[in-house]
Design a protein around this ligand. Structure first.
Ligand SMILES: Nc1ncnc2c1ncn2[C@@H]1O[C@H](COP(=O)(O)OP(=O)(O)O)[C@@H](O)[C@H]1O
Ligand SMILES: [Mg+2]
Length: 366
């Protein structure tokens, strides 16, 4: 069934698209094998939907930490890391473990929760969960935020779970590449580090056919009259990102005509991209990202490495190192913000191009 929603999908029958469904299958295989997993993809492509659908469909017991509200912060208190969802019956726990869970959920106001207390309670809770269930899942949604958490050692915690709690698996989702590696790389060179055993699952955009069929099915029996060309236009404009396509679908169901719905969705997409770019800038702490993007936003068919290099040098008035440019391009590629086609780097999203241009203009006037 096709559902237009502005919330993550949680039911397999509502999860549309080959890539999304196969991501759920891959998750199941990896969880069964006991691997730690990184679910990667652009913003609004459906990472949260894939993970929630997986948990819901197979009925695994879980704890779900949603870090997405803190994505733009460079310092996050561990006290924000309360579980957003508790996917098992707390009553089955010993009273000691119930207390630990209440503590880390900040339900007990009388105790002063230090980083150490938090960590000790988390570990003792997990020890019991590890003994009780033969498979237990912990999710950190938008896990790169962990790199900025103050007060507890998250890398140590993950490493400890990996080494000692065989029945627990951790699923990290991430849309800001380069940062997740910080969380999952070994603490010291001698330690084996669980990063080596991390299974990566990529959530793709929808294809043109998937986009068109998703909308068609969603409009069926709903009295929305549409022309086929309109749906192709939606794909061209929104480049297969489920979050935006679903938004357009919702507006059509509410009675808006194609032009109006698409224009509204475009505005929404531009403002969302603008937020993402600002977050990106804050977190990566480098204006070069916007410089590179603004070079690409001005081209129709993208630019080669050396074209970007030349243009950047001209703009900055100084040369830029190969490794810096490499890092920027790789992070942008992995974040799904740019693509590489026939040797050229390109921004395929029209709304993203517009957001980049807006931001470029506003930063020039600072
Ligand atoms: N496979 C899918 N089928 C239907 N709707 C989807 C699908 N994937 C994402 N969506 C819709 O797109 C929006 C963004 O999805 P979400 O899972 O929050 O993305 P992410 O976590 O990658 O940012 C949600 O409102 C959801 O309803
Ligand atoms: Mg998400």
């Amino acid at each position: 069934m096709v559902t237009f929603s502005d919330r993550p999908i949680t039911r397999l029958e509502d999860l549309y698209g080959e890539g999304h469904r196969s991501a759920v299958e891959k998750l199941r295989e990896a969880v069964d094998k006991g691997y730690f997993i990184a679910v990667l993809g652009a913003r609004r492509v459906g990472k949260t939907s894939v993970v929630k659908t997986f948990l819901n469909h197979y009925g695994y017991k879980f704890l779900y930490f949603d870090l997405s509200p803190y994505m733009g912060l460079r310092a996050v208190s561990f006290q924000y890391l309360i579980p957003a969802e508790i996917g098992f019956n707390e009553k089955v726990l010993s009273s000691e473990a119930q207390l630990s869970l209440a503590l880390i959920s900040l339900r007990i106001k009388k105790v002063k929760l230090t980083g150490e207390v938090f960590q000790a309670n988390m570990l003792s809770l997990l020890r019991e969960l590890n003994n009780k269930y033969n498979r237990f899942v912990i999710v950190f949604d938008e896990a790169q935020v962990l790199a900025f958490v103050k007060g507890i050692n998250y890398r140590g915690l993950l490493q400890f779970i990996h080494n000692n709690y065989r029945n627990i698996v951790v699923i990290l989702t991430g849309s800001m590449p380069g940062l997740l590696e910080k969380i999952i790389s070994p603490i010291s060179a001698e330690e084996p580090g669980f990063a080596r055993y991390i299974e990566e699952i990529h959530v793709p955009r929808w294809s043109r056919e998937e986009t068109v069929n998703f909308l068609k099915e969603g409009f069926k029996n709903k009295n929305v009259s549409f022309r086929e060309e309109e749906l192709y236009e939606v794909y061209e404009e929104l480049s297969g990102i489920p979050g935006f396509i679903s938004y357009y679908g919702l507006l059509r169901l509410r009675g808006l005509k194609h032009e109006e719905a698409l224009a509204k969705t475009e505005n929404y997409a531009i403002s969302q991209w603008e937020n993402d770019l600002k977050t990106f800038l804050k977190v990566y702490n480098s204006p070069l990202y916007i410089d590179v993007l603004s070079i690409l936003a001005k081209t129709l068919t993208g630019a080669t490495w050396s074209e970007i290099e030349d243009e950047l040098e001209r703009k900055l008035g100084r040369p830029i190192s190969k490794s810096t440019l490499h890092r920027i391009l790789v992070n942008l590629l992995k974040a799904g913000i740019i693509q590489k086609q026939r040797g050229k780097y390109i921004i395929i999203d029209r709304s993203l191009k517009k957001a980049v241009n807006k931001l470029d203009i506003s930063t020039k006037h600072l």
